[in-house]
Design a binder for this molecule. Structure first.
Ligand code: XIL
Length: 302
């Protein structure tokens, strides 16, 4: 195909991007979006602080605008995210214990219920493991409600939207030899063995010189897939420019293509100027919306 979405579709995969509701009035942005992408992740609009700003009061306007855009261009949606230590509303940040556990479960039930039938995959739980060599869970108010908070979140999500694929999503889980990667792997293995509903694992894949694309990236994706889950590249961006950046994008694309259960990849924004790390120029289109070398490398690989 001549676009990312159509080329990925030719391999049975999707090609997605993060979208901000605030940019939907920019016709250059929406032009590229509707032309190139077949999956949309709201960059912030489905996070807990956005969807439940006051406890028990749900706010779906901006997220619904993105879902409407997806529908109008024939793209599918990735929901992001139902349970996370970050971007919690103030009321949740100050909660702990049993009250927080029940607030988390109610949030999942309400939000996944609101979007039931409209979401291809949910990042049910985001970033629950610590960096470094411990392989431990990340400390957070959610973690302090008990180790079983993650499986409780997945069960609530399954009940609220039985047809969505339910994913665990994290970063620094790309290198097979890292303790964090191993810890997430063991959790998924445990969930599969006990029948906890998990369908997929998302690899954020925010790469930069301090955190480059690991040489065993494809191995990592394949090892997770071999547990019986789909894998996806969920927030791809790669700091750099020119040929070096293009080579890294090609490597990542080829890694997904080499793994049958790698069902798609998503970049974390459209133009470099849309990026949460704009100074890294980490995306496929420049600030004017022109295709970069990295774009061509991805399209040619697909
Ligand atoms: C980022 C957004 O891009 C920013 O706009 C926001 O200020 C902070 O969050 N991991 C994730 C994403 O799972 O939700 C984060 O998105 C980037 C890191």
């Amino acid at each position: 195909g001549s676009t990312l979405g159509s080329a990925a579709s030719g391999t049975g995969r999707y090609f997605g991007t993060a979208v901000s509701a605030s940019r939907l009035s920019d016709s250059v942005y929406t032009g590229i979006l509707s032309r190139e992408f077949s999956m949309i992740t709201p960059e912030n609009e489905m996070k807990i602080d956005a969807t439940e700003p006051a406890q028990g009061q749900f706010s779906y306007g901006n997220a619904d605008r993105i879902v409407s855009q997806a529908t109008s261009q024939g793209a599918r949606m990735r929901g992001h995210t139902l349970a996370w230590y970050s971007q919690q509303p103030g009321w949740m940040q100050s909660m702990e214990g049993a009250a927080l556990r029940s607030a988390m479960l109610n949030h999942i039930t309400q939000v996944a219920g609101h979007y039931s039938g409209k979401i291809y995959a949910w990042d049910v739980v985001n970033e629950a493991f610590a960096d470094g060599g411990s392989g431990a869970r990340r400390d957070s108010n959610l973690q302090r409600t008990g180790d079983d908070w993650i499986e409780a979140a997945f069960r609530a999500a399954r009940a609220a939207d039985p047809n969505a694929k339910l994913c665990y999503n994290d970063y620094n889980t790309d290198d097979w030899n890292q303790a964090k990667t191993q810890a997430v792997y063991r959790m998924v293995q445990d969930f599969k063995s006990r029948g906890v509903p998990i369908d997929c694992v998302g690899f954020q894949s925010h790469f930069n010189p301090n955190s480059p694309v690991p040489s065993n990236y494809r191995t990592t994706l394949q090892n997770f897939a071999d547990l019986g889950v789909d894998v996806q590249i969920t927030e791809l961006d790669i700091e750099g420019s020119g040929t070096a950046q293009a080579d890294n994008y090609r490597t990542v694309t080829n890694a997904c293509l080499a793994v049958t259960r790698c069902t798609g990849m998503t970049v974390w924004g459209i133009r470099d100027t849309d990026s949460w790390r704009a100074s890294a120029t980490p995306l496929l289109f420049d600030g004017n919306g022109q295709k970069k070398a990295a774009y061509t490398a991805v399209l040619d690989a697909l």
